[in-house]
Design a protein around this ligand. Structure first.
Ligand code: OVM
Length: 405
């Protein structure tokens, strides 16, 4: 399963780089490497793994938008499902192409429709107020445990329809599947060893009879009743919610808190102009996106920016690198909530663009709104620690002091 080539594979006529995007050093601070990859060319060859890579915005966007040339059904991690057995039944969403993908996406899109989501706003805001009040009461907090984890692990499983027991399994499972998108390194092996328990818990909690009445999980099963997908497929769609919906949001909210702690001028700006609230989270995930890499696989011999790509070759898209491409953004490394970061790729692009985007935005906005009304200062009280993951950029701890208004 998922074997990286032992030997270095060179490609003539294109920039060959030997960096390892899944090494601890790269994952700790990917941005200098992104710069190097981006400046080496529109598309470069990573000889250690025998894969293509781009850290440029326009190229990454073009690949994401063209599912005919660059498919997802061969997997969106480094493993090629055409030759390697996937570690779990493939997702009907991210590991599928149209037309199969379209059917599943429509069922999910309906369950997560604006109408269904808007109904949740009051609950999201009330839960955010409770979390922020408790954090402010403490004053000295861990931004991860006390906010970035506490909030999504409360609201999101509520919405999917899960009970309150065992929710920590969602964090364990998320961390593992995002590690397993990478090559068989230490992080991958650790994840694979530890996955059975969390995975079994998730499978059990995707079943119809454990999901609350009126929940999004139940709505997905109703879609199955309408004949759009089978009951088994409905279970897999609930699994997608639980795979994609927790750790990503934890990462995004944590990275945003860290950015505000590091850039007090930006918190002051948001306090003086709360209408920037919608842009604040978007800008945070532009500069520190949860999902740093997704792969595509060429479905035909093709080219990208004039560079020939053979059939059935893997491409890694550095979404975090594309989001800091100076060809696309002025002063790209700067966290600036006054810029309008539309076109960033943290949600992906094309037919697979995050289907849960509105829910996540509502979570982030509810947290920010509760904080704006209550918190004057967000200060770091120690260094943030990173939790290394083959795909996610996520903090492990974030020591902060909150000062009330
Ligand atoms: C899925 C899935 C898993 C991980 C990530 C994701 C960000 C989707 O199982 O469909 O999207």
């Amino acid at each position: 399963m998922n074997s990286a080539p032992a030997a270095v594979i060179e490609r003539a006529g294109v920039p060959n780089l030997d960096c390892d995007p899944f090494s601890d050093k790269f994952l700790e601070n990917p941005y200098p490497y992104h710069d190097q990859i981006r400046e080496a060319g529109p598309l470069v060859w990573l000889s250690r793994y025998g894969i293509w890579a781009t850290a440029r915005h326009d190229e990454a966007s073009e690949v994401l938008k063209d599912y005919k040339r660059f498919c997802s059904s061969a997997g969106v991690g480094i493993a090629n499902f055409k030759t390697e057995k996937p570690f779990r039944p493939p997702s009907l969403l991210i590991e599928a192409d149209p037309p199969e993908h379209t059917r599943a996406r429509n069922v999910m899109g309906h369950a997560l429709s604006q109408k269904n989501i808007s109904a949740l706003q009051e609950k999201f805001e009330a839960d955010a107020v409770a979390i922020i009040d408790a954090a402010l009461e403490k004053g000295d907090i861990d931004g991860m445990d006390d906010i970035a984890i506490a909030y999504p692990i409360k609201v999101f499983p509520d919405v999917v329809g899960l009970g309150s027991e065992g929710r920590e399994n969602l964090l364990i499972y998320g961390n593992q599947i995002f590690n397993i998108f990478g090559p068989p390194n230490r992080l991958f092996k650790g994840a694979l060893e530890k996955i059975p328990n969390a995975s079994a818990w998730v499978t059990e909690h995707c079943k119809r009879d454990v999901l609350a009445q009126g929940s999004i999980g139940q709505i997905i099963y109703e879609g199955a009743e309408a004949g759009d997908v089978s009951p088994d497929e409905a279970g897999l769609l609930v699994r997608s919610l639980l795979s994609a919906g927790v750790d990503t949001t934890v990462s995004g909210i944590g990275n945003m808190l860290n950015l505000f702690a590091q850039n007090p001028d930006q918190w002051a700006l948001l306090r003086s102009d709360p209408s920037l609230i919608n842009f604040a989270f978007e800008e945070a995930i532009r500069v520190e996106g949860p999902v740093q890499t997704f792969f595509r696989t060429s479905a035909m011999a093709t080219e990208l920016s004039g560079i020939p790509v053979g059939d059935n070759e893997k491409l890694v898209l550095f979404l975090g690198g594309a989001n800091r491409d100076p060809r696309r953004w002025d002063d790209p490394d700067r966290f600036d909530i006054a810029r309008k970061p539309s076109g960033h790729l943290a949600w992906g692009n094309g037919v697979h663009r995050c289907v849960g985007m509105r829910i996540t935005q509502m979570e982030a906005e509810a947290i920010l709104k509760a904080m704006l009304a209550r918190i004057e200062l967000i200060e770091p009280t120690g260094p943030a620690k990173i939790r290394l993951n083959n795909t996610l950029r996520v903090l492990d701890s974030l020591p902060l002091r909150l000062t009330g208004v």
